[in-house]
Ligand binder design. Structure first.
Ligand code: SF4
Ligand code: SF4
Length: 83
């Protein structure tokens, strides 16, 4: 499994919401804050991003960088052998 994360360049974002509509995980939303141009900017609102890069592909201003890393695999609990 891949765990993804995104960084939005908030001063570049125009709040067009294209990335929000393109995200199959509904991981993105608009911040309640505004940037220096007066736009609410996109932010990650859930920790379920899969790193699919849809959001980065649709952003007309290339404001999104996607990072992908494998999800840590749970190791089985070790059973101690009795002597
Ligand atoms: S990389 Fe994919 S899952 Fe992650 S926020 Fe962007 S569109 Fe959503
Ligand atoms: S598509 Fe780009 S400009 Fe539009 S809201 Fe998302 S990050 Fe901002």
């Amino acid at each position: 499994m891949i765990h993804g994360s995104v960084i939005v360049a908030k001063e570049v974002c125009k709040g067009c919401e294209l990335c929000i509509q393109a995200c199959p995980q509904e991981s993105l939303g608009l911040s309640n804050q505004i940037n220096h141009n007066g736009y609410r900017f996109a932010v990650l609102i859930k920790d379920n991003c899969t790193g699919c890069i849809n959001c980065a592909l649709v952003c007309p201003d290339a404001a999104i960088t996607v990072y992908r890393q494998p999800k840590p695999v749970k190791q089985p609990t070790k059973v101690l052998e009795s002597a």
